[in-house]
Design a protein around this ligand. Structure first.
Ligand code: ZN
Length: 289
């Protein structure tokens, strides 16, 4: 029995219950995230999934799928900062394809490759989630060992890509950055400070979320939005979208922005200092240059 900590991001069907008419009952918005901390899963069979069929995303993925990593194509978004990935390993070296790996995972990982490198980190299998209750999750043991990334097809393809990067952001923070955001690591302090200066954060803190339907019960959802590791994963996905210039991901961020602070994302203006803080963290780590 391994104790695990889930970082689960749930779907419309689950979150609809929070408000009359469904707080997040808008198809394709991809903003349906789970409320609160989840520690529901125990007894995960670590090391079973993903060890059977596979290989990492760089080498020998699924038969019939395009293998190999492409890195460094493009880069530099439209937000005034342009960097190249560092010389270290890329995320595609650490993601393990299984017979259940959705194709969107590979696309998402390639976008990450174009933005930054990593240090060596434990590998993680990527699987598809079956039900409609979950848009994605990252699961790790309590001591920070990755168990799996789960991705669902319950939203539009562009949103799926953004979500895949969001979950990979949880993985990187949890397994590649010593769980820094949730542990209050010093490294994350300037990033958190930039986040806390954003008007979006003020709204999440106030518990009054713009874009939420009248009468919806948003307090718990707002609390969820302010959890450091969730803030990190959302910021990370917006960072990858802006720095890569990936059209699909940028489109997804733009759509989420139009909804209001309930989406958990930042306006381009608010995001600039946050993106800069992530640049600084990654530059210090040698992940960008
Ligand atoms: Zn999340």
């Amino acid at each position: 029995m391994f104790k695990t900590k889930d970082v689960g991001d749930q779907s419309p069907n689950a979150v609809m219950a929070y408000g009359p008419g469904g707080l997040f009952n808008t198809p394709g918005l991809g903003l349906n995230r789970k409320v609160g901390k989840s520690k529901k899963k125990t007894g995960i069979k670590v090391g079973v999934k993903g060890s059977a069929s596979s290989g990492d995303f760089d080498h020998g993925g699924r038969p019939g799928e395009i293998g190999g990593s492409e890195s460094g194509d493009g880069g530099g978004g439209d937000d005034g900062e342009s960097h190249s990935p560092g010389d270290g390993p890329k995320i595609t070296s650490f993601l393990q394809a299984t017979s259940k790996t959705p194709g969107i995972a590979r696309d998402a990982a390639k976008v990450i490759n174009s933005v930054h490198s990593l240090d060596d980190m434990p590998k993680v299998p990527v699987v598809a989630t079956g039900g409609k209750q979950t848009l994605g999750y990252y699961k790790q043991t309590v001591d920070g060992r990755p168990v799996e990334i789960g991705l669902s097809k319950a939203s539009s393809e562009d949103d799926q890509k953004l979500f895949a990067v969001h979950e990979m952001g949880h993985y990187i923070e949890g397994a590649g950055m010593e769980g820094g955001a949730r542990n209050g690591a010093k490294e994350f302090a300037p990033f958190m400070k930039a986040v806390q200066a954003s008007p979006e954060h003020a709204e999440w803190k106030s518990g009054k979320l713009s874009g939420a339907p009248a009468g919806a019960s948003v307090a718990k959802y707002a609390e969820y939005l302010t959890q450091p590791h969730e803030i990190w994963a959302r910021a990370y996905s917006q960072y990858i979208a802006t720095r890569s210039g990936d059209i699909a991901m940028k489109g997804a961020v733009d759509r989420l922005n139009k909804i209001g602070s309930v989406s958990g994302m930042w306006s381009h203006k608010s995001f600039k200092p946050i993106g800069k803080a992530i640049d600084d963290m990654f530059a210090k780590r040698g992940w960008i240059k």
